[in-house]
Design a protein around this ligand. Structure first.
Ligand SMILES: O=C(O)/C=C\C(=O)CC(=O)CC(=O)O
Length: 236
């Protein structure tokens, strides 16, 4: 955390102007460049054209800045992302994305058709609850030398199911031809798979959709290689 950003840690979503009226201030995203859950939210903010400030929280430095008393005051769950917006602080990436969808509906990230909507939520939950938490930093720390093998196993098993599901739901993207919340979950999870050297050969649909999504500007600007806290050696 850069010292000039400290004020952001205690800032509210709104401030009083000199005339006393509440003025909407830019949302503040607490993020870590390589956190897949933070990336989901960065994509949503980019797609919806929401300007925001970023406060980097380094998950490795100082024993993990997310565990500091300072950050715990922002998010008692001690995880990124957290988003200060409209006077409240939200955490949990899917809850944040749902709030953005409810308050800033364009472009929509959930299809109108109830069946497609359910499929988007099904895929999002499968990744956000069924894959990513099993290979999260806190779990991998417990796995010691088996860390990579464990991460590969969890991701591969989740991707086997996902590949089958996508063969039924996908068009150009995860569900039909519209970018949805499911796509915001897919791309960061594929990046984690690549990081842990998971063989993506058995998942042609996942690979094809990931490639198509990475061509979109919102996925590019939010990419871990282009964040304020991306180390020089990992910059694009
Ligand atoms: O630089 C690091 O190694 C620390 C943490 C991460 O990558 C983020 C995660 O915990 C994994 C994830 O978002 O799925």
């Amino acid at each position: 955390m850069a010292s000039e950003k400290v004020s952001a840690w205690v800032g509210e979503g709104t401030r009083e102007s000199c005339l006393g009226a509440a003025v909407r201030v830019k949302p503040i995203l607490y993020s870590y460049f390589r956190s897949s859950c933070s990336w989901r939210v960065r994509i949503a903010l980019a797609l919806k054209g929401i300007a925001y400030d970023q406060v980097p929280v380094n998950l490795l430095k100082d024993g993990g800045q997310q565990l500091s008393a300072e950050f715990k005051a922002v998010n008692p769950m001690k995880q990124v992302p957290a988003l200060k917006i409209d006077g409240i602080t939200l955490s949990q990436s899917l809850a944040i994305i749902h709030y953005l969808e409810d308050t800033r509906p364009n472009p929509r990230l959930l299809p109108q058709d109830p069946k497609k909507r359910a499929q988007v939520r099904m895929i999002s939950d499968h990744i956000a609850s069924g894959i990513q938490p099993l290979q999260n930093l806190s779990v991998l720390k417990q796995m010691g030398e088996r860390k990579t093998e464990w991460a590969q196993k969890c991701i591969a098993s989740g991707f086997q199911a996902l590949e089958q599901v996508l063969q039924q739901t996908a068009g150009r993207y995860c569900v039909g031809d519209e970018v949805s919340m499911a796509d915001l979950c897919l791309v960061p999870q594929v990046a984690n798979a690549e990081r842990f050297n998971v063989d993506l050969g058995p998942y042609p649909t996942i690979t094809r959709i990931n490639k198509a999504l990475l061509e979109l500007e919102a996925f590019k600007v939010s990419h871990p290689s282009r964040q304020p806290d991306t180390p020089a050696e990992l910059r694009a």
